[in-house]
Design a protein around this ligand. Structure first.
Ligand code: PHB
Length: 394
């Protein structure tokens, strides 16, 4: 037995991209259905990235999302680049008059869901998309199953894949012609610990032993990462060993230690899908691209896609104007490739390549000095990190 649901836009994936798109459509009077294979609890508890560009916070507020980013989040007006044992501040406020907000992704998801669900929006959890049918037709359909195997068919005018890096919708659109990518010979080992912040701002540290990032979550919980082998088993290290690794990678700062209550390994990949849109099917967020986390661009880029696609869908569905939808891919790729470059650049400048020669290491320090010694260099980094202006159609 298959249940059929009809709607204007079928959104696969209840992450930041899918939910913000639903909210933008809802406020424009366009009906949509969002499905996700996970439960609401799982979505709201998963620990992910933490940095929001100011433009991202503004986009959430302008969309009517009941977000507490400005109240609960912490504004950061700079970061520190550390190399050769010395810290160099990149002063965003002074250089580009912008800042970022440290506000973890799971709180953004809680904000979005507590805006959409009480408003009666159709968000269905525990429903796994299996395929998209009639991709090239006027009425593409998402076929999904629940945990009991019951099938739901969502027939829509538009299907949007906001279903992450293993996107089913992307597969339906492009088959094995997935896209352009590069791999990295390292990953990040992430920890959450109970401790006060070790420094007022985030520290991105290039050390001879490898990269470390000292980030934060709150006054009492901290998030830290260090460069590791992609195949490492997160449980091989004792807490003492983890602190020792982290300490040696941030020479010049004594980290405030505390109980480590979560550990995970984040794989690195740069990827851009070959097609962001085919007929009435489009991709946003991680389904369309992934970036390594070093530039803190992932969620921000997803929001930027959604602002473009939201405007394009309004024009298409309310005014019968297909031009913005036809322009979506090109407009989105403009920002995506800039963010790809920035994320790759930050990664390559801060990590140790396993096969690096002494020449490579000294050149890397020269590159870091070229950035920190020069106002133009610092401004370039500050502009990209805090985010280029968000664009939208209409
Ligand atoms: C984080 O706090 O999780 C975080 C911050 C900055 C990054 C990546 C991750 O570049």
């Amino acid at each position: 037995m298959t249940t059929t649901v009809r709607t204007r836009v079928a959104i696969v994936g209840a992450g930041p991209a899918g939910l913000l798109l639903a909210q933008l459509l809802r406020t424009a009077g366009i009906e949509s259905v969002v499905i996700d294979s996970r439960s609401r609890d799982e979505i709201e508890q998963t620990i992910r990235a933490g940095i929001l560009e100011e433009g991202t916070v503004q986009a959430l507020l302008a969309a009517g999302v009941d977000t507490h980013a400005h109240q609960v989040g912490m504004r950061h007006d700079g970061i520190e680049l550390r190399f050769d044992g010395v810290g160099h501040r990149i002063d965003f406020a002074e250089l580009v008059d912008r800042g970022v907000w440290l506000y973890p992704q799971h709180l953004v998801l809680q904000d979005l869901l507590s805006t959409l669900v009480p408003a009666g929006h159709d968000v269905r959890f525990g429903l796994t998309a299996q395929r998209v049918e009639d991709v090239d037709g006027e009425r593409p359909r998402v076929i999904a199953v629940d945990a009991e195997g019951a099938e739901t068919e969502i027939a829509a005018e538009i299907v949007v894949g906001a279903d992450g890096s293993h996107s089913i919708v992307r597969k339906a659109m492009s088959g094995s012609r997935a896209g352009l990518y590069r791999e990295y010979p390292f990953a990040w080992f992430g920890i959450l610990c109970e401790a006060p912040p070790s420094a007022p701002e985030l520290i991105y540290s290039n050390s001879p032993n490898g990269f470390a990032l000292i980030s934060q979550r709150s006054d009492t919980v901290q998030r830290m990462y260090f460069q590791c082998d992609p195949d490492v088993d997160p449980d091989v290290y004792t807490q003492e060993q983890l602190w020792e690794i982290l300490q040696t990678r941030v020479p010049g700062t004594t980290l405030k230690e505390g109980p480590i209550f979560q550990r995970d390994v984040l794989q690195f990949r740069s990827f851009v899908a070959r097609d962001l849109r085919r007929g009435r099917v489009a991709l946003v967020g991680d389904a369309a691209h992934t970036v390594p986390p070093t530039g803190a661009k992932g969620m921000n880029l997803a929001i930027a896609d959604v602002l473009l696609l939201g405007g394009a869908l309004r024009a298409f569905l309310l005014e019968n104007d297909a031009r913005p939808l036809d322009g979506y891919e090109q407009a989105a790729l403009h920002r995506i490739w800039k963010a790809q470059n920035f994320s790759w650049w930050m990664t390559s400048m801060l990590h140790q390549m396993p096969e690096a020669s002494d020449f490579d290491r000294m050149r890397q320090l020269g590159e870091l000095r070229s950035v920190t010694d020069s106002r133009a260099g610092r401004t370039y980094l500050a502009e990209a990190y805090t985010g280029w202006p968000m664009e939208s159609f209409g």
